[in-house]
Design a protein around this ligand. Structure first.
Ligand code: DAH
Length: 442
């Protein structure tokens, strides 16, 4: 089991000697993920470190700030939408993060050449399976099972930069609300969801266009506008429940392959605009492929880490994974709506070591995949890696050789690291970088 915060009674070198770095995923035929075996292929890029996060379910852990925000969001939906006295939304917070490319992309009409499918952005188990990159991956299967109002809550996995707000695993709440004509327009039988030329009996014959920025061609403007108003009103109320009535916000038009029209909601926090959710009217093709041909739906997806970090002023995303009582007790037995400001347990100093290397002839500063580098650094350094930033790029004027320099910022969240132990980790990373990418250290 990988420890997220290496305990003070174990030295880093003890941990490093136990951790035999291997490019395992590349050389073995089978990948074992929580007892389930998958055949690896040229898409396999999931690492043992990433596999170790599966099943942690921080969003369900008592006293974890992510769990507190989750409960507040669920409570909002429970109390705002009822059907004959019972909550109208069903909650799915225990769906397996292992999904197919069909679930994560195809079912959501994400084009085959869309950048979000890139190997450099996702953790692939093999060509057909990956760790979900968003909770929207479950939308179609839940619609297919006959649900119309539901929330999907869980951990999602993306390859990204390393800094105080990015971690390869984070948590999302995604939701769908669908309505039929009688629900959307009660007592107004002459109002329609669909344009007259859309044939509900043969929906596949209709070519649904998204050229009009206001609406999908199958929908009436009345239905789209009413759904948009309901969607925005609810998401603003939820934001105000979380952050208070006076929170400053704005809507930004967006594009998502699975909704049209689409928007993002930004709040003004810490002197800048911060995006907290995406949403829109679900593309009718998705509903039709999953079953319902006579309803319209809106959908949205929120990131829990961003909300929790802003609400409780948590400065580093790695803290969400802390098992330290100095962190967790600050969120223990609090009233869900209580305003809590995280007090740093203490701030230990950073150590910054640079790493510069010449790229081999087959790579240039533009083709070198920095996410591969970040994963390798994190695989070895673990969570003492606070940040990795590109410091310098250089092409030698004579030899035309390409060189990169990264700064690796090391900081333990729970104790002071000595420069000597950091140097030791840094050396192991250097060796792995040389072995993996064929670079030459400068
Ligand atoms: N899946 C999107 C993401 O991870 C967020 C999102 C946008 C979810 C629009 C939705 C939606 O359900 O309708 O960035």
């Amino acid at each position: 089991m990988t420890k997220l915060f290496i305990k003070t009674n174990r030295t880093l070198s003890a941990v490093l000697s136990k951790y035999k770095y291997s490019t395992a995923a590349k050389s073995i035929a089978l990948v074992d993920i929580k007892g389930k075996e998958f055949v690896s292929d040229d898409y396999t890029n999931i690492t043992p470190k990433i596999i170790s996060y599966l099943g942690k379910n921080l969003h369900m852990q008592k006293n974890n700030p992510l769990s507190i925000v989750r409960q507040r969001i669920v409570n909002y939906f429970y109390s705002s939408f009822t059907q004959r006295g019972a909550p109208a939304f069903s909650i799915y917070d225990n769906l397996s993060p292992i999904v197919t490319t069909k679930q994560n992309f195809d079912d959501l009409l994400i084009p085959s050449n869309h950048p979000s499918r890139a190997k450099s952005d996702c953790y692939y188990i093999n060509r057909g399976n990956l760790l979900r990159a968003h909770m929207t991956a479950h939308q179609s299967e839940l619609l297919r099972s006959g649900l119309d109002n539901f929330l999907m809550i869980g951990d999602v996995y993306r390859r990204d930069e390393i800094d105080s707000t990015h971690f390869p695993v984070f948590h999302q709440v995604d939701g769908v609300r669908s309505q039929r004509k009688e629900e959307l327009f009660p007592g107004q039988p002459d109002l329609e969801i669909f344009e007259p030329n859309y044939d509900k009996k043969n929906p596949h014959t209709f070519v649904n266009s998204i050229k009009d920025p206001m609406k999908q061609s199958c929908h009436t403007l009345e239905a789209t506008k009413l759904m948009e108003t309901q969607l925005k009103t609810h998401l603003i109320s939820l934001t105000q429940v979380l952050f208070g009535e006076s929170i400053k916000y704005r809507w930004v038009e967006e594009y998502f392959p699975f909704t049209h029209p689409s928007w993002e909601l930004e709040i003004f926090y810490d002197n800048k605009w911060m995006e907290i959710l995406g949403c829109g009217i679900v593309r009718n093709e998705i509903l039709v492929n999953a079953g319902p041909t006579n309803s319209i739906a809106y959908a949205f997806g929120l990131g829990l880490e961003r909300l929790a970090m802003a609400l409780y002023k948590i400065p580093d995303i790695r803290l969400m994974w802390s098992t330290d009582s100095g962190f967790l007790t600050q969120f223990q037995n609090i009233d869900l709506n209580e305003s809590v400001t995280y007090k740093p347990v203490s701030s230990y100093p950073q150590c910054i070591n640079d790493m510069s290397f010449w790229l081999p002839e087959n790579l240039t500063i533009d083709t070198f995949v920095s996410n591969d580098f970040y994963d390798l650094v994190r695989d070895i350094g673990g969570d003492i890696i606070e940040q990795v930033r590109l410091k310098d790029k250089f092409v030698h004027p004579k030899t035309k050789k390409h060189s990169l320099c990264y700064s690796i910022v090391y900081r333990h969240l729970e104790r002071t690291l000595t420069q000597a132990e950091v140097n030791e980790v840094h050396k192991v990373i250097e060796k792995a970088v040389v072995d993996t990418f064929g670079v030459a250290m400068r």
